[in-house]
Design a protein around this ligand. Structure first.
Ligand SMILES: Cc1cc2nc3c(=O)[nH]c(=O)nc-3n(C[C@H](O)[C@H](O)[C@H](O)COP(=O)(O)OP(=O)(O)OC[C@H]3O[C@@H](n4cnc5c(N)ncnc54)[C@H](O)[C@@H]3O)c2cc1C
Length: 392
């Protein structure tokens, strides 16, 4: 795999990028098998734990490296060059730790306990909010999962869909409507207290383990209740402007980069006997390769620029960046599927072969359209931001 360090800003980052490149190389060897079976990449997760990667966003005060958002994206992109599914799955964990570090959304004692478990045993966390009736939780629907107040805490019953990383989760942030009230709450549930129903069988991102999780009268003590609030109040997790969610565009750009690498190598080495040179020097191929470079360079430049701004911003200023994070996500996911399409046109009919990775990239990048924020929400945010100074 080609080693691209254009967006690296320090020797420490370059050194750590070598670790994630090694991981990505190993994941690339296993990706086709997990994709074919739609099985969960336990071996990859074990490697990520062993390398320490799962601890890198943990705050220094709890023993982690507290890497920056910009550095996190370098690693997520790199991992996705090996296997998009594994990168997307672990991206929720490392991203969420960074989000909790910046937003202070969890009570300190709980966040400390979670970080301790990440440091000690490689424990993993994700947020499971999607449900069949709400669709994307970003639309604001009330969860049908219900929390009923009891002595010492709440009892929660319900079902969540699209629960990425579910086979490996130790901690799950669950949203629930409060029984007999308008309020909704966020609760920290232990992975061992939920039942997984293996529903995930999709076109792309097949190895993310995004199954349904079922909560059957799960007891959550008061100490593990994050918020109980009116539905119009925003989650404290939004305090940081959502920079951590750039792990999503980083993942899809990683898949786009893998497709680019494949097509560049193919074009530079494939010489049919109708030509006296490789196809890389044929004008229509050159144009496609150039277009791929431009799309990736533009999307990556925007994403890394925003990440550096988020890293350098005060906590109060970060929320203002939110519409631009959405822009980076839409630009990246669009670039990723256009780049994969161009790569397949360059390679020709061989690109359809099950034995080559391009057809998997083609399916994986499609999933990016359905990760938040969705394109219509991004365009709306940008339009509102653009018109704000002119409104009376
Ligand atoms: C690979 C992958 C991993 C995921 N991982 C997680 C995870 O770890 N945790 C988690 O909680 N979720 C996860 N999700 C779920 C994701 O966040 C969305 O909830 C899910 O994709 C459903 O979104 P949707 O837009 O298809 O559904 P819906 O919201 O049901 O939308 C369906 C259609 O209706 C339109 N629509 C629906 N409501 C509105 C509205 N109010 N206004 C305008 N248009 C509307 C949409 O534009 C769309 O065209 C994951 C999804 C994928 C694909």
């Amino acid at each position: 795999m080609y080693f691209d360090d254009y967006f690296v800003t320090s020797p420490e980052q370059r050194e750590r990028l070598r670790i994630t490149k090694e991981l990505a190389d190993a994941f690339a060897q296993r990706a086709a098998k997990y994709d074919e079976d739609g099985s969960f990449p336990h071996e990859n997760i074990a490697d990520l734990r062993k390398s320490g990667y799962v601890t890198w966003t943990v705050p220094k005060e709890y023993g982690g490296l507290e890497i920056s958002l910009q550095e996190l994206l370098l690693h997520q992109e790199q991992l996705a060059r090996g296997d998009g599914s594994t990168a997307l799955a672990i991206g929720w964990h490392v991203g969420m730790i960074l989000n909790l570090r910046a937003s202070h959304a969890f009570p300190d004692t709980i966040f400390q306990a979670i970080c301790q478990s990440v440091m000690d045993t490689g424990a993993l966390i994700n947020s499971c909010a999607s449900e069949p009736a709400t669709g994307s939780p970003s639309r604001g629907g009330r969860p049908e999962t219900t929390a009923t107040q009891v002595d010492g805490g709440y009892r929660i019953t319900g079902r969540k869909t699209f629960s990425t990383l579910s086979p490996a989760l130790d901690w799950i942030l669950v949203t629930a409507g409060i029984a007999d009230s308008d309020e909704v709450g966020e609760f920290i549930v232990r992975g061992q207290d939920v039942r997984i129903v293996e529903t995930w069988n999709t076109l792309g991102m097949r190895a993310t383990g995004s199954h349904d999780i079922v909560l059957e009268d799960v007891f959550v003590p008061h100490s593990h209740v994050v918020t109980v609030k009116h539905p119009k109040e925003r989650s404290l997790r939004n305090n940081d402007g959502g920079g951590w969610m750039l792990h999503i565009p980083a993942c899809y750009l990683g898949v786009g980069l893998a497709a680019r690498d494949f097509a560049m190598n193919f074009a530079a080495t494939y010489q049919p006997n109708s030509l006296s040179h490789p196809i890389a020097d044929v004008p229509h191929i050159e144009e496609k390769l150039g277009q791929m470079e431009l799309k990736l360079l533009s999307a990556r430049t925007l994403m890394y620029d925003l990440a550096a701004r988020w890293d350098a911003s005060s906590e109060a200023d970060r929320p203002r960046l939110r519409p631009r994070f959405g822009a980076a996500k839409t630009q990246a996911t669009t670039a990723a599927y256009e780049v994969v399409d161009l790569a397949m046109r360059v390679v020709g009919a061989r690109s359809l072969a099950k034995g080559l990775p391009l057809e998997r990239y083609y399916r994986d990048v499609r999933a990016g359209l359905h990760n938040p924020p969705m394109d219509d929400i991004v365009f709306k945010m940008l339009a509102k931001e653009g018109t704000a100074p002119f409104r009376k």
